[in-house]
Ligand binder design. Sequence first.
Ligand SMILES: [Zn+2]
Length: 67
Amino acid sequence: MTRHTEVAPKPVTTGTEITRTDCKQCGTEVHGIDGRYSCPLCGWVNHWSEGHNELPAEVDSSGPTTG
Ligand SMILES: [Zn+2]
């Protein structure tokens, strides 16, 4: 009996990417995800708009429709 060589399963791509940049405040190399950074030393956090992905639109929960 011959068995086929099983291929290792591909890693699940979640669409997130580890990125890095220099802290705009203290210059420390900061790692983040999809362009979002938070400096562990000085607490600097870049603006969300600098991220690669857009934030999900705020869902406006509509109340019960009457009439
Ligand atoms: Zn910093």
